[in-house]
Design a protein around this ligand. Structure first.
Ligand SMILES: Cc1cc2nc3c(=O)[nH]c(=O)nc-3n(C[C@H](O)[C@H](O)[C@H](O)COP(=O)(O)OP(=O)(O)OC[C@H]3O[C@@H](n4cnc5c(N)ncnc54)[C@H](O)[C@@H]3O)c2cc1C
Length: 252
């Protein structure tokens, strides 16, 4: 007699994640390194849902992108603390190694990239929107991919550039990787990078011409993502070459 079991998609299973390590990336962003029971693996660009349960049984659920590359067993998230938020202050300030919460994923099959897709690769981030793009860059570095890649990254202030030291190291050791920052609120005295929001000029400067058919990934606050995608299309990039992910309503 055969028994038919319902097939539950991997991404729908809630698993226990244990915090292994935390690291302060900026004054408002913290990396959580997690050991997830029976983690099935992920593709750069995917995210997870985190579910917190209060002592009274109330639950809150939010999405967070995976920043680690697939080659690393433990997964990492980078959570930005929103002072008025329900979930992010807990994850970005309170959790300690050894704490546990529920998580499901990996989720997403559209905003993903692996070295098999090749390049040129263009990554455009606003604030914590760097998170899924960091997984792509780390994966590209582990795989020692040689095709050109560009990161155009908008943050409010120098201290708020998440992963800055690692990004600078990556760019310094890889002649095919270009990293350009723009600071929208405040710039240090000796700053040589951009000093305004991502606009047509910066896209014309840093994104390869539409004829090169770059694969473009844009992630961050909704306004930045929508405006950047609109400008890219106006410049002549095919809609099919532009992938976007929106994190939330406000931002830099
Ligand atoms: C696919 C996906 C991936 C994401 N990945 C990340 C990630 O890697 N890192 C990360 O920090 N966040 C990420 N986010 C955003 C995250 O899911 C939460 O929305 C965020 O942490 C706020 O949750 P909260 O409970 O603290 O705030 P809430 O209690 O939900 O909201 C509090 C206030 O903040 C506003 N708000 C909500 N979200 C944002 C936002 N993103 N930016 C600015 N204001 C906001 C709300 O309108 C409200 O006024 C992602 C979102 C999506 C959809």
């Amino acid at each position: 007699m055969s028994v038919t079991r319902p097939v539950v998609s991997q991404r729908k299973i809630w698993r226990v994640a244990e915090v292994v390590e935390t690291a302060e990336e900026t004054p408002r962003v913290r990396t959580l390194k997690l050991n997830v029971a029976d983690w099935p693996g992920h593709v750069p660009g995917q995210h997870v849902d985190v579910r917190l349960t209060g002592e009274d049984g109330s639950q809150a659920q939010r999405s967070y992108s995976i920043t680690s590359p697939p080659e690393v067993r433990e997964i990492s998230l980078a959570v930005e603390r929103l002072e008025e938020g329900e979930v992010s202050p807990y994850l970005a300030s309170e959790v300690r190694p050894g704490d546990r919460f529920e998580l499901r994923g990996p989720i997403g099959g559209y905003f993903v990239w692996t070295v098999e897709k090749g390049g040129p690769l263009v990554l455009i981030a606003g604030g914590s929107g760097i998170a899924p793009l960091m997984s792509m860059l780390r994966h590209r570095a582990v795989q020692k991919a040689k095709f050109p890649a560009t990161l155009l990254y908008s943050a409010r202030r120098y201290e708020e550039i998440i992963f800055r030291e690692e990004l600078d190291r990556m760019a310094a050791s890889d002649p095919n990787l270009q990293v350009a920052y723009t600071l929208t609120r405040e710039q240090p005295a000796s700053w040589h990078g951009g000093n305004k929001r991502i606009d047509r000029d910066s896209l014309m400067t840093f994104v390869p011409a539409p004829g090169d058919r770059p694969q473009i990934y844009v992630c961050g606050p909704s306004g930045l993502v929508e405006n950047t995608a609109k400008l890219l299309v106006e410049i002549g990039h095919a809609r099919g070459c532009i992938r976007t992910e929106r994190f939330g309503p406000t931002g830099a």
